[in-house]
Ligand binder design. Structure first.
Ligand code: WT7
Length: 645
């Protein structure tokens, strides 16, 4: 790790919303008097009926309950759209940049208002009511944002499923939250290639039947429409009015469900509610990115992930910002695409993931340096620890040494950014997410749950609630408690390891549970394992993460075959294809090693610690292997690994 410190540049502090003295003072108040602090900042959004209660939360293991602004009412879509019309009607709300560099669109707040209202009326026409769950399986086109905001307008709960997930994964998510309506497109378009979204929905619906499928036309590709279930969005939209009154929602009414992988079992439906989430998303967006009126802000995430929810759609639009939405991929048509788009639309704030930075870093500086990037003034990073080498390249080559980098640590569960620099307040250290945002109280505990003081390393917990926190696992509050509040009773456990240095800066060291962070996306080892053992030739599988130059972590699968099956390269390829089909391309194993046996304790528990060490070639630090039922399997695994997995 790097010890270099990058002090706040004077010109950055001069224009910033928050400088260090303000950070210190506001932070102190936010933790000493959360009711006073959030009571004041909650007013940054419009309430129909103002709240009188602010914080009502308990992390008590026996009674976890999280409520913010609980007697207030509001409508999230009115906050993201209607309230800007008077001052910003003609201002761009969304700049959409297509996969094809010759295609872009500017959507003003007036346009957004019309489109969201129409979309809401189309959903009404499909029978969608307040409290219903709607699954959104869309490419990165403006209609994805319209659909989310339309749900919020009528009080329906959206569940966005990333377009890269397989029909089975989609079906599982439709079923879990019992959605009766799916919004999709004929096909997606990424890097010049078509993604068969509607056809995937058809396959998913065989397993998880739905009443209605609303199809947005994107490519015009040939798809099947099922009479009585499927409707074209453009045909319905032509028939409806462009006025739909926003429904009055309670602050604690659900806004969305977003599925994420955990260390065990099937993905969890992380549930976020309306008031606290919006306050937190909009406040972090303004302060972390030091957003000022008129600036162009671009987050390269997909709306299928929480980053897209909070920092493409809800945070920026609640602030009346201009948010850029990009349909394509970083390397198409060439590795200069990000910087060309920055120049084309005069992007001021650019937020991406370390995996993209590392991939572009490998493609050569000339793709960056041949663009101007003069408009850029702030860079952001999210999704996984950023290695100092990538940080330095991002800072010097992309930012020309002028743009601070905000390394933002957070999770699907947290709703918004929890640990981050504020550009006008925080001196930067490459690789550190630095300090907590207002109201966030991180702590480091050892494996027994003892709080560690001062400079220390251990597991990261958060000791009290913040408004953007998830409220429950949809339909399974007990799982919510067991997953996040049982390991260290009374604390929210993040699943991350962390070091705090002598300046009180936090350095996230990565997951300490059975979750792999592949290219900034979370993958549960258990999910990949169950996909593998579903293959008829596989008897057992154990999956671990290993260091990967571009992805951060790669997926390493140890596979034991059924009696009599031949361990061939062909079969390895077949297994990779099989996992892609079961879950989606993001779950593809990077390496498969056939293992005649797996290291197990006498009680039959697989010792992943050993498998992780072998996968990362650290054969000398396997630790204690004496509790293994058969220690010789380890030698076999090492031999195999050395002969190339
Ligand atoms: C996990 C959450 C939050 C949006 C994207 C991922 C890792 C996230 C950082 C960062 C180090 C990070 C953590 C976390 N992570 N941001 N800046 N530095 N690690 O959301 O899929 O819910 O994953 O991503 O391990 O627990 P997610």
């Amino acid at each position: 790790m790097s010890d270099t410190v990058f002090p706040v540049p004077a010109e950055v502090a001069a224009r910033a919303h928050i400088v260090d003295a303000q950070y210190q003072e506001m932070y102190r108040r936010s933790v000493e008097d959360p009711d006073g602090f959030w009571g004041e900042h909650g007013k940054r959004i419009d309430w129909i009926k103002p709240y009188t209660r602010v914080k009502n939360t308990s992390f008590d293991y026996h009674n976890v309950s999280i409520k913010w602004f609980e007697d207030g009412t509001l409508n999230v879509s009115a906050n993201c759209v209607d309230r800007h019309l008077e001052k910003r009607g003609d201002k761009p709300a969304i700049i959409w940049e297509g996969d094809d560099p010759n295609e872009h669109k500017v959507i003003t707040y007036n346009d957004l208002h019309r489109e969201v209202n129409k979309f809401a009326n189309v959903l009404h026409g499909q029978g969608v009511k307040k409290g219903d769950r709607v699954t959104i399986y869309m490419p990165m086109i403006p209609e994805a944002a319209y659909a989310m905001l339309a749900c919020a307008r009528i009080g329906a709960i959206h569940s966005v499923v990333f377009g890269g997930f397989s029909p089975d994964s989609l079906a599982q998510r439709i079923e879990d939250c019992k959605s009766e309506c799916v919004i999709t497109a004929d096909e997606g378009l990424r890097g010049g290639r078509k993604v068969p979204l509607k056809s995937n929905v058809d396959k998913a619906a065989e397993k998880a039947p739905v009443k209605s499928v609303v199809v947005v036309r994107r490519t015009g590709g040939d798809i099947a429409m099922r009479e009585g279930r499927d409707v074209w969005y453009h045909e319905e939209a032509d028939r409806v009015s462009d006025h739909c009154r926003p429904v009055e929602m309670n602050a604690e009414d659900p806004l969305f469900i977003l599925y994420t992988s955990g260390s065990t079992g099937k993905p969890k439906g992380v549930m976020h509610t309306s008031g606290g989430y919006l306050v937190y998303a909009s406040m972090t967006h303004e302060y972390v990115f030091d957003y000022h009126e008129g600036e162009i802000y671009w987050c390269t995430a997909d709306v299928g992930w929480v980053t897209g929810h909070s920092y493409i759609v809800y945070g920026p639009l609640a602030n009346g910002a201009t948010t850029l939405m990009f349909e394509g991929v970083p390397t198409y048509p060439g590795p200069g695409r990000f910087w060309e788009v920055c120049d084309k639309h005069d992007v001021n704030i650019f937020y991406t993931a370390p995996t993209a930075i590392r991939a572009l870093m490998g493609a050569g500086d000339e793709h960056v340096t041949q663009t101007s990037r003069k408009s850029l003034r702030l860079l952001g990073s999210v999704g996984e620890p950023i290695n100092p080498e990538a940080w330095t390249w991002y800072y010097n080559v992309v930012g020309d040494g002028r743009c601070p980098i905000v390394d933002t640590w957070w999770q699907t569960e947290t709703g918004g950014i929890l640990i981050t620099p504020l550009p006008g307040a925080t001196d930067l250290k490459p690789g550190s997410a630095t300090r907590p945002f207002f109201g966030v109280q991180p702590a480091i505990v050892d494996s027994e749950g003892k709080f560690l003081e001062g400079a220390s390393e251990g597991n990261l917990v958060i000791t009290d609630s913040w408004p953007g926190q998830m409220r429950t696992v949809y339909g399974d509050h007990e799982r919510f408690i067991q997953t996040y509040f049982a390991t260290y009773k009374g604390q929210y456990f993040t699943g991350d390891g962390c070091r705090r240095d002598e300046d009180g800066y936090y350095w996230i060291t990565g997951r300490v549970d059975d979750v792999i962070n592949v290219s900034g996306h979370r993958m549960g080892t258990a999910e990949v394992e169950s996909a593998l053992v579903a293959h008829p030739k596989v008897s057992e599988a154990a999956v671990v993460g290993y260091p990967h130059d571009i992805k951060g972590q790669g997926i390493y699968a140890y596979v034991t075959l059924m009696e009599g099956q031949e361990p061939t390269d062909e079969l390895k390829k077949e297994l990779v294809r099989h996992v892609r089909n079961e879950i989606g391309p993001i779950a593809s194993p990077d390496l498969i090693q056939f293992a005649p046996g797996l290291p197990k304790t006498r009680s039959g528990k697989i010792m992943r610690r050993i498998l992780r060490k072998i996968a990362e070639d650290s054969f000398d630090s396997l630790g204690d292997t004496s509790t293994l039922a058969d220690p010789t399997v380890v030698d076999d695994l090492i031999d195999n690994r050395q002969n190339r997995a």
